[in-house]
Ligand binder design. Structure first.
Ligand code: NAI
Ligand code: MG
Length: 340
């Protein structure tokens, strides 16, 4: 079978970690035999902005739509003082634009820590909640209001996604994270929708429960082993996933996926790391774990990649951020070696 992979390297270490991940995937392709990957490169990021005036060209969106999956490195977002006023006005964030254009409504962030048995996944709704950016300021009375949209359809699709994810990844429990004791109408709808979907016979055997978001913030620190899959709204998911990444193995090990009904984009949580870019010492593991998530999405066995990354980690074959002394390329060499 043939799969088209759109590769967006971006800036800084985005280029370095993607190059090594693609090299690893090409090595894995040889082991798989009957599967063929076609890599199609597309541009986005600061370099693109400075040379062509657009951080995310339309062509990139078109290429992304023609592919089976998108692998995204990282981009540098310019500070407003670093670019001209004109570029500032027209600036569009590549990742936000792709999420919107491709309707990537589910943000999936596993928390991985090989040193402990922490292993849970946060599934964050990516399109509504407080992020509809519907705010206004009442000058006369000096107050500001932000609207928070929770729709039945939007809740259904993210909660179904969470249960389907649990089912296909052999996970045992889905927890709804909400604040329906206060936000009785919006989170009331989200929780009610969760309880309806949890009843579906399709999900027999998957435990369903719910936690208030404030308690969840505490449990993530105090007893993270109680979590398996969490389904939550946009802002709560944003905050909890950053909290969870501090608990896991750090930025060098944190993958993420943005998934919709038609398209899916896989990107490490980290950025372009200008402080270490060009030195060849960026940790490629997060991006390789993204690649494993991409294979899961394409229904291709990803276990050899996950196991190889874990083995390199446990054997101390790591970059400096994980206290190792290998280069990006040397870590990739080890992981490629362990694939067989
Ligand atoms: P960052 O994630 O790029 O770096 C934070 C720190 O972690 C740095 O000290 C960096 O060296 C280290 N680090 C990150 N990834 C690493 C890796 N794979 N291996 C070893 N060390 C690693 O975040 P920062 O510095 O706040 O942002 C840098 C640029 O990246 C900014 O322009 C920011 O806007 C952008 N950014 C882009 C993202 C994306 O493309 N999705 C996400 C986050 C930031
Ligand atoms: Mg965030």
């Amino acid at each position: 079978k043939n799969f088209k992979i759109c590769v967006i390297k971006g800036d800084g270490i985005g280029v370095e970690v993607i190059d090594e991940t693609v090299r690893m995937l090409k090595a894995y392709e040889k082991i798989l035999k009957s599967i063929h990957f076609e890599f199609i490169e597309a541009k986005a990021g600061l370099t693109e902005l400075m040379t062509n005036g657009n951080a995310i060209p339309n062509e990139t969106i078109e290429i992304a739509k023609e592919c089976d999956a998108i692998l995204f490195g990282a981009i540098t977002s310019p500070k407003p003082t670093e670019i001209s006023e004109e570029l500032n006005k027209s600036y569009k964030s590549p990742i936000l634009t792709l999420r919107k254009e491709l309707d990537l409504y589910a943000n999936v962030r596993p928390t991985i820590d090989y040193k402990s048995n922490i292993d849970f996944v946060i599934i964050r709704e990516n399109t509504e909640g407080l992020y509809i950016k519907d705010e206004y300021y009442d000058e006369e009375n000096e107050f500001a209001i932000a609207k928070r949209k929770i729709s039945k359809k939007g809740s259904e699709r993210i909660i179904k996604f969470a249960f389907e994810y649990a089912k296909s990844n052999n996970r045992k429990k889905v927890s709804c994270i909400h604040k329906s004791n206060v936000l009785r109408i919006t989170d009331g709808l989200f929780l009610k929708t969760f309880e309806e979907i949890a009843q579906d016979k399709k999900y027999n055997g998957i435990e369903a429960n719910d936690y208030l978001v404030d308690a969840t913030a505490m449990y993530i620190i105090k007893s993270p082993e109680i979590f398996d899959v969490m389904a939550t709204t946009n802002l709560f998911g944003d905050i909890l996933s950053d909290e969870a990444s501090a608990l896991g193995g750090g930025l060098g090990l944190a993958p993420s996926a943005n998934i919709g009904d038609k398209y899916a984009l896989f990107e490490p949580v980290h950025g372009s790391a200008p402080d270490i870019a060009g030195k060849g010492i960026a940790n490629p593991m997060a991006t390789m774990l993204c690649c494993a998530m991409m294979l899961d999405y394409l229904k291709i066995d990803s276990e050899p990649i996950k196991n190889a990354v874990k083995r390199a980690f446990l054997e101390g074959n790591t970059t400096a951020d994980l206290s190792g002394c290998l280069t990006t390329k040397e870590v990739a060499d080890k992981i490629i070696d362990y694939l067989n």
